[in-house]
Write a protein that binds this ligand. Sequence first.
Ligand SMILES: Cc1cc2nc3c(=O)[nH]c(=O)nc-3n(C[C@H](O)[C@H](O)[C@H](O)COP(=O)(O)O)c2cc1C
Length: 329
Amino acid sequence: MAESLYRPVGIGKLLLPGNLFLAPLAGFTDRAFRGVAAEWGADLTYTEMISCEAVFRDNAKTLPMMERDPREERYAIQLFTGTVEAAEKSLERVLSFQPSLIDLNCGCPVPKIIKSGAGSALMKTPDRIASLVKVLSVGHDTPVTVKIRTGWDAWSLNYREAAEKAVEAGAAAVTIHGRTRSQGYGGKADWQPLRELVEALPVPVFGSGDLFTPDDARRMLEETGCAGIMFARGAIGNPFIFRNTRHLLETGEEAPPQSLTIKMETALSQYISSLSYLSEQRASKEIRKHLCAYTKGIPGSSALRNDLVHGETRSEIEKLIRDFLANSL
Ligand SMILES: Cc1cc2nc3c(=O)[nH]c(=O)nc-3n(C[C@H](O)[C@H](O)[C@H](O)COP(=O)(O)O)c2cc1C
């Protein structure tokens, strides 16, 4: 029988039971959403990108972003910085959260981040990627990995050099998002560089880019031979994608879609778990974008979206969700 495309992955000393990950998503992969994704089968979950500068300055907003959800058996903290000094100064604090791995962001296209030499600006300075990996690896055995793009723009596709330098410096795995910095999140992701890195690198290589359905994941695993995949936009409002993808990979059959009741119960449980660490007002604000995603395309959901703006307390949010469900069934 052919080997299943759903399979364990070793990243340095870390052994993951499967190869379906929740990508880092600024503004989305907060603790509550990562917990829900883990519950629905994500084998590894990534925090939003965390500023090394903010960490060593003890920024009160940033530090809690690194806390693990109880449902996350394994999670990655993703860091961003343009300077070796900030990486060095933040490391001890980052390790105190006991992440399963530390990932370095080399792909963020946001101008403010790039100006500081971080994110995809690092694609212009592969030697700095190597220095950052080195300094982040000092004094511990938590695996350090990098997440890169294919290059800065179509005229500088240097993913191979960036990945090789990162691995020489000690990176235990590489993820590549098949777009350049100039592409942002538009156009079509190119999976060819992923295939090339899979062949070239002695460490596991993971793929990102245009994974919106279980079948997209199957195709990426099959066509590129990559060790694992990361769902990003495809998981927003759809943490079920992990279980459904595993089902497809293991049985060859599409999983039946989740009922609206399950969707809304999951959204509600995500909201309730966020109340354990956020104020009611903040949690109610945070859940809005997720609820919009959970209910996207469902008849009547535009009214819910309008009403959500006024939901500021637990009882208001719960009522909105329950009424929406009752009216939709
Ligand atoms: C809203 C948003 C936030 C993101 N935040 C991060 C981030 O913090 N760190 C990171 O490495 N990539 C980030 N990404 C990139 C994703 O992890 C992923 O590589 C990219 O969306 C491509 O996958 P997709 O086409 O399947 O969405 C972000 C993408 C989006 C859309």
